[in-house]
Write a protein that binds this ligand. Structure first.
Ligand code: EPZ
Length: 433
């Protein structure tokens, strides 16, 4: 397994360009299942989860071109010959977002056989709300041998009220409703920008959707959808990660090709902490002259402080004077980075859903372990400011959602390199004549 070796102490200076949003690209690729015409998506991030989604679609019989040439970062997906509306455990266990194919498969093919995703490091992460919503639209759901079987001759419009706000649940049901017969009203929807981006693509494909990006979405089902071309929105979590990197390293960083309007809660919080952020058009300039002050956060659904930025923020406030309380309201087990930060010298106490971070504590480089995508990012941020060398193991977690992250960090002055697992050298035993 690859490792990162990072030597701390360099302020990040210069410009870093943000890639397309993984969490917008994944539902958009699933939306291609809803039509027999080609769907072209641009600004696709070159990350492991996108490759997993490509394999998933190809296994169903879709044709997927995926190119990352300088100009491209584009995929063309054609599902006209799709013949196997199934998502195997082998693939789903590596990426729970595979369940995003449920809604489109039932809507378009009347059947979906999808492995239950199982839990993951940060929590149980059930999909009960996805399934309840599909039943509301007339799907017959059975579960056996770890798989969900969903069937419907044709989905019928219905009224769905989510018990809890769920991002991929909203996306799954939106994609089911666009081909259902009649009208669907979905309430208590997720308002994340990635939901709105999916709806923008579906509308280009001919869907009739109102209210995406708000808590209430209205859909008028149509008989069929056409192909479309769509540019995926920038990754707000990657942008937020680099903005905190600029802050924690005491640097002066220009983060470009992002949408500051998707980062309001984070940027406001960073200003409270004492970081200078300047929003303009499609970039954010972050300037940190030290003297950070502690400040509390509570993670909430969008537009609140994003749970996907919690770990990165925790790393930052280890360098802020005073105690910060981080409350994680979305997932039940999303503090695994805390113990690794403690090993680097941080002072963090966990009490249920709250973590109390007492700063400012100097950090020292150490050998640490990545546990999930955003926890890994948090360890990289801590390593940037730690004295000496940090070795982060299992960085495949970070490769799931960050494109060429070590190149991007090196490009703005970080001392970071990737070391692959040294393959055991073949021992040549000379046969003695
Ligand atoms: C999406 O996951 C993101 N993934 C996650 O990003 C993100 O952390 C999460 O939303 C919250 O913002 C993608 O978009 C691919 P949820 P999702 O359904 O949709 C509970 C990353 O780092 N719930 O909004 O799976 C659930 O357990 C990833 O890129 C149910 O109880 O999250 C959680 O407590 C990590 N039943 C809460 O709702 C359900 O049927 C929110 O989960 C569905 C969810």
């Amino acid at each position: 397994m690859d490792k990162f070796v990072i030597r701390g102490g360099n302020p990040l200076l210069g410009t870093v360009r943000i890639s397309g949003a993984k969490n917008a690209a994944l539902p958009a690729m699933a939306a291609a299942l809803l039509t027999e015409e080609p769907v072209i998506l641009e600004n696709i991030p070159q990350v492991r989860d996108i490759e997993t989604e490509r394999k998933l679609l190809v296994a169903m019989g879709a044709e997927v071109e995926l190119g990352y040439g300088r100009a491209q970062h584009r995929t063309t997906i054609n599902c006209r010959n799709l013949n196997t509306p199934e998502a195997s455990y082998e693939l789903v266990k590596t990426m729970r977002a595979s369940t995003l194919v449920l809604g489109p498969l039932v809507a378009k093919f009347g059947r979906a056989h999808v492995s239950l995703p199982g839990g993951c490091a940060i929590g149980a992460r059930p999909i009960d709300l996805h399934l309840k919503g599909l039943e509301k639209l007339g799907a017959k759901i059975t579960q056996e041998h770890g798989y969900v079987e969903a069937r419907a001759d044709r989905l019928k419009g219905g009224h769905i009220v989510f018990d809890k706000i769920t991002v991929t649940g909203t996306e799954d049901l939106l994609m089911a409703a666009v081909l259902a017969e009649g009208e669907t009203l979905i309430e208590n929807c997720a308002r994340e920008p990635e939901v709105k981006d999916l709806a923008d693509l579906l509308i280009k494909m001919g869907a009739k959707i109102e209210g995406a990006g708000t808590s209430t979405i209205k859909v008028k089902g149509v008989a069929r959808l056409r192909g479309a071309k769509h540019r995926i929105i920038p990754d707000r979590i990657e942008a937020g990660t680099f903005i905190i990197a600029g802050a924690i390293s005491g640097g002066d960083l220009m983060v470009t090709n992002c949408d500051p309007n998707h980062l309001t809660s984070l940027l406001n919080k960073l200003e409270e902490v004492g970081v200078k952020v300047t929003r303009n058009g499609e970039s954010v300039r972050v300037l940190s002259l030290g003297g950070l002050k502690a400040s509390d956060i509570v993670t909430e659904e969008y537009p609140g402080f994003p749970t996907d930025m919690q770990a990165q923020y925790m790393a930052l406030v280890t360098q802020a004077d005073g105690s910060s309380i981080v409350t994680e309201n979305i997932f039940e087990n999303r503090f695994m980075h805390a113990q690794e930060l403690v090993r680097m010298g941080a002072s963090i106490k966990i009490e249920g859903r709250r973590a109390i971070i007492r700063g400012r504590t100097p950090l020292s480089g150490a050998a640490v372990l990545a546990s999930d995508l955003r926890a890994s990012a948090s360890l990289v941020l801590a390593a940037l400011v730690a004295e000496g060398e940090t070795i982060i193991d299992r960085v495949y977690h970070i490769d799931r959602g960050y494109e060429r992250i070590e190149e991007k960090f090196r490009g703005v002055g970080a001392e970071i390199r990737r070391i692959g697992e040294l393959l055991p050298r073949k021992v040549h035993v000379q046969a003695h004549a």
